[in-house]
Every structure is written in C-alpha cells, then in structure tokens.
Design a protein around this ligand. Structure first.
Ligand SMILES: [Zn+2]
Length: 308
C-alpha cells in the first residue's frame, strides 16, 4: 500500500491483555516504514496486520522499558529471515545503548543486521531524506525521547493557472522536477502556476508526564499519537509513574493545535478506552482511541492543508 498511514500493532502499556498487544506502531510514509516501540509480540502483530517485515526501513525507540522494546529481537530476526535488503538503522536514547545491544544479540542463530544510531538523551535530529526526524526529551522515569516526523513544504500545481499558462501533460511533471520550463518561448516558473503547502507531519509522545517538549514536538502535526495510560480518576498514579491521563494528552493536542489526536498505551485496568475518549473529547474533540491492527491515515480523508 502506498500513501501515509499508521498501522497500530499494539496498544497496551506494561502488560498485554486479551485484546491489546504490547505497544508497536508502524508509520508507512511512501517507501519509508518507521517502526516505533516494538513491544513483545510485534513480529506476530505484523503478520496479523499483513505487513511484511521488509516494509520496515527504520526502528525508533522512545525508551528502553520492556513494553517499548521487547519485540526488537524477534523483529530483527524476522527481517534477517525475510532477507531485508539493507541493515536497519535503530534510533534510541543514547544512555540505553547497552540494552539495545543486548536486544540485538538476544539468542543464537544467524546474526541480525542493524546499525545503532543513538540520539543524545537531550534530543537531536535524524537524517532520512526527504523526512526530517527530530527528537526531544520527555519527562518519564528513565531517559525518554519523543519523535516528530515531517517533510518539507510541497508545491501544488493549480489546474486553472496551468491551463492559462498552456502547461499540460508531462510538462507539469517536468515543471515540478525542474522548477521552471520553456513553453513557446516563454518561461513558466513553479510560483506562477502553483503554491507551497505544508508537508505532512506526525509526532509520537510516549511515556511522559505533561511537559513543554511534548507540545513542541506536536506543534501543528497532522496526527499526534500520544500515550494516555490513565484517566483523571487515577491521576495520582499518573503523577507517581510519570504518565499522562487522557485529559492531559488532550491538553497537549489542544495547545499544539494538532489535526487528529490518537490515544494509546492504555493501562490494563481499563476494559476498553471509551472513558479515555470521552474524557479527552471534553478538551480536544478530534480524538480517537487506537485499537490493535487498526490503520489510521495521517491526514483524514486525504485532506490537503491550506497554502503556507
Ligand atoms: Zn510504556
């Protein structure tokens, strides 16, 4: 499948339940496949989701608690079995490198192929053209990074201006590629017949107390995937373990003015997430709760953003 969407592989915090696998999220972005936080069982969830392991082009960990990384050995071994073409880069908070190394050599068998690309615990950037990936530190009990993925602004050609300028067919593609073309002796430039629009964007905020960095990561994104481990009725637990309530996740979404808030990482004490959605919707109405194996488009209905 082409396009940009988020495959939900698991939605449970700490311990899986009968209906929720450990965390795991695959962001399919054209030919990129960014796998975030593969918890235990992610290899099998990929199978249920109908996604081959070779679709993964990068793995990113928010932190090294087990519900966010225990699936790494299985995923890496499966990529080896499936003859993934290139070593897969793995990004994670640098202070967790010893645990990542252990996870990458967790059993006997064919060696897995990966390159470790730690990111400073205080944040940083990852180059994966055309994607711009940035990390910011969150406020959990151990070093944790939230991630933001976006692409540069894109040119959109306007049909009426194209027609007026006499640009048609393959010339339109050439104009997008080259920036300007000659037609009947006159120069047509992109800015004459098109306009720039904001690129697509995504943020993941997992395992944190509420903090400014979460809002900065999420600023204006199309889709924010955010932990909502607890409800406000358990706010004291959220404080003790440095997690978010659904209301707090919604507050981040509202302050960051995101397009769509998706809640996940639910405590096993809740039989379903209807309470989370109801609580969050009072603060930020464009909210849904993630379900295992759901596929969520980055931009609802393929909407295009307004011009810059
Ligand atoms: Zn967790």
């Amino acid at each position: 499948m082409t396009g940009t969407n988020l495959v939900i592989l698991g939605t449970a915090s700490q311990a899986p339940t009968r209906t929720r696998n450990h965390n795991g999220y695959l962001l399919r972005w054209d030919n990129h496949g960014l796998l975030f936080d593969p918890g235990e069982g992610t290899q099998r969830q990929l199978l249920f989701a109908g996604v081959p392991s070779t679709r993964i082009t990068r793995i990113l960990l928010t932190h090294l608690h087990g519900d966010h990384c225990l699936g790494l050995p299985g995923v890496l071994q499966r990529m080896t079995l499936d003859q993934a073409r290139d070593p897969v880069p793995i990004n994670f908070p640098a202070s967790g490198e010893a645990w990542v190394e252990r996870l990458c050599s967790a059993s006997l068998g064919r060696p897995t192929r990966q390159t470790l690309e730690p990111v400073d615990d205080s944040g940083g950037t990852v180059t994966d053209p055309p994607l711009q990936i940035t990390a910011q530190p969150l406020a959990h009990r151990v070093p944790t990074l939230g991630w933001r993925v976006e692409e540069p602004p894109r040119w959109h050609l306007l049909p009426d201006r194209l027609a007026a300028a006499g640009v048609a067919g393959a010339d339109a593609g050439r104009l997008l590629a080259e920036g300007s073309i000659h037609i009947d002796g006159s120069v047509i430039r992109l800015e004459d017949v098109g306009e720039q629009r904001r690129g697509r964007s995504f943020a993941i905020v997992m395992d944190t107390a509420i903090c400014d960095e979460a809002v900065e990561l999420a600023e204006g994104v199309d889709l924010l995937l955010c932990e909502a481990t607890y409800l406000e009725s358990e706010v004291s637990l959220a404080r003790d373990y440095r997690h978010l309530t659904a209301r707090e996740a919604a507050t981040i979404a509202r302050e960051a003015n995101v397009g769509h808030l998706v809640l996940s990482h639910f405590s096993s004490r809740y039989p379903d997430a209807s309470g989370h959605v109801a609580e969050a919707a009072e603060v930020f109405p464009a909210v849904t709760a993630a379900s295992d194996l759901e596929v969520i488009p980055l931009r609802a209905g393929g909407a295009t953003p307004p011009p810059l």
